[in-house]
Design a protein around this ligand. Structure first.
Ligand code: ATP
Ligand code: MG
Length: 291
């Protein structure tokens, strides 16, 4: 049973990330606002290059934003010292890389891989082994504990990756396209593991995906476009079997919205628009001559 969601787990406020290569600047995030509640399971969906991995890397403490505020469980990530960040990465956040091969040490068995992060924080061998066994059971791999990477299928490797990421019982799990390299059936199984982790351990989970259909498996999907959130999709639990999707445009802290390109094309709105209010809400109409 899921606990009541109330505490804000992640808060991003007007976050910018600019990468500089020689004289060239790439704006990967441009004023991104995002709030995630404790125990929420959320997906980030967006085109290639829209800033998804950049956001995840910042939340994981691997990178810092160029501007803006980022806090996780009330702690400001920008004001942490490097040793605090290291502690944060080891105990507060689990991370799953998209590239299956990057999540495991190939010469260690599944159970040794799961034990490793616990070793780094000084847990005793007996405690480590017990917890690693429990986590591998949770991801359905009790029969594969002594297998090395080359003796595990892609889906099994990603399930080990989930167990590894949970080894120090982090309250937050970040997964960058964890099912990107898997076939549909295996991806479905891995998603089920995320669901049970979210339900049983109440871990806040953020999953990057290319696939909007992930909306049926998570609490909320946010779409990222050009480094900003544009749209949010949730299930409307009040209709039918509760699987009807509802789409919303995000209104950011400064009142900005991104109107989907399809709607702009449909309404022939180009450079500027007229805004008025009627009894249903705000109406956007093509500006006079679209100059
Ligand atoms: N280390 C870096 N140095 C320079 N530019 C970078 C760096 N990392 C990312 N970028 C650029 O920032 C933008 C956002 O990249 P990011 O990796 O966050 O995209 P993404 O949404 O994860 O894409 P994908 O779906 O392809 O993984 C891209 O234009 C990318 O080229
Ligand atoms: Mg990426």
């Amino acid at each position: 049973m899921k606990n009541a969601k109330s505490l804000t787990h992640i808060s991003c406020e007007d976050v910018f990330k600019i990468y500089k290569i020689a004289d060239l600047e790439v704006v990967a995030l441009r004023g991104l606002d995002l709030e995630v509640e404790s125990g929420e399971m959320i997906a980030i969906v967006g085109a290639s290059g829209s800033g998804k991995s950049t956001l995840l890397n910042i939340l994981a403490g691997y990178d810092l934003p160029s501007a803006g505020k980022v806090s996780v469980l009330g702690r400001d990530l920008l004001s942490m010292s490097s040793s605090e960040i290291e502690g944060y990465r080891r105990t507060k956040v689990g991370f799953i890389w998209q590239q299956t091969g990057r999540n495991m040490f190939p010469y260690l068995t599944a159970i040794e891989n799961v034990e490793l992060p616990m070793m780094l924080i000084g847990d005793k061998p007996e405690k480590r082994r017990k917890r690693a066994e429990h986590l591998l059971e949770l991801v359905g791999l009790s029969e594969r504990m002594d297998h090395t990477q080359d003796r595990l299928s892609g889906g099994e490797q990603q399930r080990v990756a989930i167990a590894i990421s949970l080894s120090n019982n982090p309250p937050l799990l970040l997964a960058d396209e964890p099912t990107g390299e898997l076939d549909d059936a295996t991806a479905g199984e891995v998603m089920k593991v995320f669901e049970s982790v979210n339900q049983e351990l109440n871990t806040t989970i953020m999953i990057v995906s290319h696939d909007q259909d992930i909306a049926y498996k998570v609490d909320r999907v946010v779409l990222i476009r050009d480094g900003k959130l544009s749209t949010e999709i949730t299930r409307d639990k009040s209709v039918g079997d509760g699987n009807e999707l509802e789409e919303f445009i995000i209104v950011d802290g400064s009142g900005r919205v991104q109107v989907p390109k399809t709607l702009l094309d449909q309404t022939k709105i180009e450079r500027r628009a007229k805004v008025r209010v009627d009894d249903k809400g705000v109406i956007l109409e093509p500006g006079d001559a679209n100059k």
